[in-house]
Design a protein around this ligand. Structure first.
Ligand code: HEC
Length: 103
């Protein structure tokens, strides 16, 4: 009985550790897309460096995964890249893994 309980607890913990708000997104593919599209260039003109400070500034705008998804789409449109929804998901997954860490 005790063992079964322990096993269940561990399974739940493991599940929580791997849960992602972007389960279908591939962060590696997203990283490539962000680099190719040069998302950083425009952000860098506002925040300096490689532009990634926009994701980590204390008053960053993104508060949840849904906002992040929407912003990625918005900025991609600004930039004139036409990503498929899967690609947007990859990019959101990458930014989340690297910077936002939404659960
Ligand atoms: C034309 C300039 C421009 C380009 C190109 C651009 N962005 Fe942005 N990005 C902005 C602006 C402006 C903001 C909002 C800044 C603010 O509201 O303070 C922003 C904000 C963001 C944020 C939210 C930052 C926060 O506060 O948490 C994300 C995420 C983001 N951009 C992703 C991307 C991605 C991905 C790309 C590449 C497809 C990209 N951006 C390309 C201008 C741009």
């Amino acid at each position: 009985m005790r063992h079964r309980f322990l096993g269940l607890t561990l399974a739940l913990l493991a599940g929580a550790a791997f849960a992602s708000p972007f389960p279908k997104g591939d962060p590696k593919a997203g990283e490539k897309l962000v680099k190719e599209a040069k998302c950083g260039a425009c952000h860098a003109s506002m925040f300096g460096g490689d532009g990634s400070a926009i994701y980590t500034r204390p008053d960053r705008k993104m508060k949840n995964p849904e906002q992040l998804r929407t912003q990625v789409r918005f900025c991609a449109t600004q930039l004139g890249v036409s990503w498929f929804p899967e690609e947007e998901e990859n990019v959101a997954a990458y930014l989340n893994q690297q910077y936002y860490k939404f659960k």
